[in-house]
Design a protein around this ligand. Structure first.
Ligand SMILES: [Zn+2]
Ligand SMILES: [Zn+2]
Length: 341
């Protein structure tokens, strides 16, 4: 199975035509929209995804309120997704990036500052959103598709069941990432992540909040199927998130032989290449790319390629150096909701 950038672009073209205009901003989009009615200047599929996300989140909130556990679960989500281990990893990786950078650049490079804003957004908005998407997804899937639950696995030992579930979750995340690149209405939200031209460990947090809906919904299915009523130890989720965070580091690390199985910074950088070639979609494990025929392993001595999106279809900080970072974040978050023709 292989996906090409041409296919991605073709799929996206139906509702993102005109996005190849460098440095496009709200004002430019508005002026091009001319005298069209207001609703025709909006991308309805993006609003539909926002509506679906709201329904899942509300299902999670309602479920937790019913159990009187809303605050407890939000705190637990915070402990998993902003654990001291993850914070220590981000700091340590930032230090390594200063010592062994794949691409030397100032610590306050525009891309770093912009991604730091996304880190703040992640802490304030995205972590609670992720937690509620997981709970809401499980409530909806468990409530409407209870037949998915494999009761036989209740007797399986944890040492077998938990790794199996995490591997299945990783496969679901790969599938969601695959869909992000194949389906135009999802690519609209994923493009922001790919627009970074100065990759760093902070780029892991550069994502539109609505980019997470598909992944969390799909990743909830293996948990409902394999582990109904059994929690996964939070530390395992934290370790999984840590490995997934390291992949954006501005490092040439390939992880040696382990890099054939685990996504390394050098491996994921190829996925972010400016000359995108539909490769290396893996989140933590490379095996799904290998099975799909879209894995390309980096050479240790290979040149460090440029990253970003050709033509800058998303407003980027490198083209708007004077724009205050929080304002540009707002512009980038609004961008998927605009119809650009
Ligand atoms: Zn991607
Ligand atoms: Zn990435």
């Amino acid at each position: 199975m292989s996906i090409s950038q041409a296919q991605v672009r073709a799929g996206a073209a139906a509702d993102q035509a005109g996005t190849a205009n460098p440095g496009r901003g709200l004002a430019a989009a508005g002026s091009r929209a001319g005298a069209r009615p207001a609703w025709r200047r909006l991308c309805l599929s993006s609003f539909a995804l926002a509506g679906i996300t709201a329904v899942i989140v509300w299902a999670g909130v309602a479920d937790l309120l019913r159990q009187g556990r809303l605050e407890t679960v939000l705190r637990a989500g915070w402990a998993e997704l902003a654990a001291p281990l993850l914070i220590a990893l981000v700091v340590a990786t930032g230090i390594c990036e200063r010592i062994w950078p794949a691409e030397p650049r100032p610590v306050l490079a525009r891309g770093h500052v912009q991604d730091a804003c996304y880190l703040a957004l992640h802490a304030i908005v995205v972590i609670p959103l992720m937690t509620l998407l997981s709970v809401g997804g499980a409530a909806l899937i468990g409530g409407h598709a209870g037949w998915l639950e494999l009761r036989a696995t209740q007797h399986w030992p944890g040492w077998l069941l938990i790794p199996l579930t995490i591997v299945a979750m990783d496969a679901a995340n790969w599938l969601a990432h695959f869909a992000d690149h194949r389906l135009g209405f999802l690519w609209r939200f994923h493009a922001l992540h790919h627009s970074q031209e100065e990759l760093s460990v902070l780029t892991s947090f550069r994502a539109h909040p609505l980019m997470h809906t598909t992944g969390f919904l799909l990743a909830t299915i293996p948990v409902v199927v394999l582990m109904p009523g059994r929690p996964i130890a939070p530390v395992l989720i934290t370790v999984y998130v840590c490995i997934g965070t390291l992949q954006h580091a501005n490092l040439r690390w390939t992880f040696g032989p382990a890099g054939r199985l685990i996504v390394s910074p050098a491996y994921h950088r190829l996925h972010h290449a400016l000359e995108y070639q539909s490769i290396n979609l893996g989140v933590v494990l490379t095996i799904w790319d290998v099975l799909a025929g879209c894995a390309r392993f980096p050479a240790r001595s290979g040149a460090v390629g440029r990253t970003g999106l050709a033509g800058r279809p998303v407003p980027v900080e490198q083209a708007n150096v004077r724009a205050p970072a929080p304002l540009l974040v707002a512009e980038q978050l609004i961008e998927p909701f605009q119809a650009h023709r």
